[in-house]
Design a protein around this ligand. Structure first.
Ligand SMILES: *[C@@H]1O[C@H](CO)[C@@H](O)[C@H](O)[C@H]1NC(C)=O
Ligand SMILES: *[C@@H]1O[C@H](CO)[C@@H](O)[C@H](O)[C@H]1NC(C)=O
Ligand SMILES: *[C@@H]1O[C@H](CO)[C@@H](O)[C@H](O)[C@H]1NC(C)=O
Length: 212
């Protein structure tokens, strides 16, 4: 009898996890709205900034698609950061494969990682820190992006151009770029010098770490 009632209790759970109407094995990725921290009126979060710009509408849509990103990007940051915001033109250069892939569960996972690859925690990288030497810096994915100035332009990974630089927001700086920075296109050359940046836990921004 006990077993029977347990089975009846479990049945709805089991069937909801496997029913044909919900074939998506990654449906748990949908995070329902959680508690959000209060945001003081004088704070401009990354999300406030992105939402305020008509040329960042595709980035804004991508953030909404990635579970938890809206809340994270709308947090009043107590740390410094740099964000390279890909504009709508950048998303226009992604091609048909991107659009098809982006809609799949794996594509959403990839999109979230890609957005994080544009975020540098703990360090404000103003355009003045770059020069014509090709240097690298590490992003929130722990992967590297290369940067150098070419004439008046700052180029990332030799393709993404900074079209508007040094936009200050609360505790951070934003640069607008015209191409997406793909995590798998990270630079691997260990002999490329490194821009000075603050420590990212688990990353190589502390060169004393044995695996760096
Ligand atoms: C916002 O206002 C509070 C209270 O007046 C102040 O302590 C804080 O430094 C301000 N923050 C910013 C980013 O200006
Ligand atoms: C992006 O592509 C769409 C559709 O082709 C076009 O309407 C839009 O003007 C393009 N935007 C930018 C910023 O290139
Ligand atoms: C560029 O800056 C780095 C340090 O930020 C410096 O080591 C390097 O010599 C500079 N290169 C040029 C060409 O000024």
């Amino acid at each position: 009898m006990k077993f029977r009632s347990l089975l009846f209790t479990l049945l709805p759970i089991l069937s909801s996890a496997t029913s044909a109407s919900d074939p998506d094995p990654l449906s748990y990725r949908t995070i329902s709205p959680a508690y959000t921290l209060p945001k003081p009126a004088n704070v401009t979060t990354l999300l406030d900034f992105i939402a305020s710009r008509s040329d960042l509408s595709k980035l804004h849509a991508s953030i909404k698609q990635s579970g938890g990103f809206q809340e994270a990007f709308d947090t009043n940051p107590t740390w410094k950061f740099t964000f390279f915001a890909p504009n709508d033109e950048a998303f226009n250069h992604t091609g048909r494969y991107f659009q098809t892939f982006e809609a799949t569960p794996k594509g959403k996972w990839w999109l979230g990682n890609t957005i994080i690859h544009h975020y540098v925690p703990n360090t404000i990288l103003e355009s003045s820190v770059f020069n014509e030497t090709y240097q690298r810096f590490q992003t929130g994915t722990y992967l590297f992006v290369g940067a150098q100035t070419e004439g008046d332009n700052l180029l990332l990974n030799k393709v993404a151009r900074v079209v508007e630089s040094d936009i200050p927001i609360t505790n951070g700086v934003v640069h607008i770029i015209d191409r997406i920075l793909e995590p798998s296109a990270q630079i691997h050359e260990a002999d490329i010098p490194w821009l000075k940046q603050s420590f990212i836990a688990g990353s190589c921004s502390n060169p004393a770490l044995p695996y760096c």
